[in-house]
Design a protein. Structure first.
Length: 72
């Protein structure tokens, strides 16, 4: 039981380390102050607005397709 628990603890610590390190390996200078920080806060406002508009359009299209498959 102790060995199983220590294995689970080690797996959890490894996963947490990977979550923090994944930002550093891609672009170290772009690593957020806090992991999980909203990227749109660091973007140009026009770019952030465009991203939000695209996300809304994609969601709308997905919802429309989902509605067609259910016979609505």
């Amino acid at each position: 039981m102790v060995i199983e628990a220590s294995g689970l603890r080690d797996a959890r610590v490894s996963w947490q380390n990977a979550q923090y390190a994944k930002f550093a390996y891609h672009q170290p200078n772009d690593m957020p102050e806090m992991p999980g920080e909203d990227e749109t806060k660091r973007l140009d406002p026009d770019v952030a607005d465009e991203i939000k508009a695209i996300q809304r359009q994609v969601k709308l299209q997905a919802d429309m397709e989902k509605g067609q498959h259910h016979g609505r």
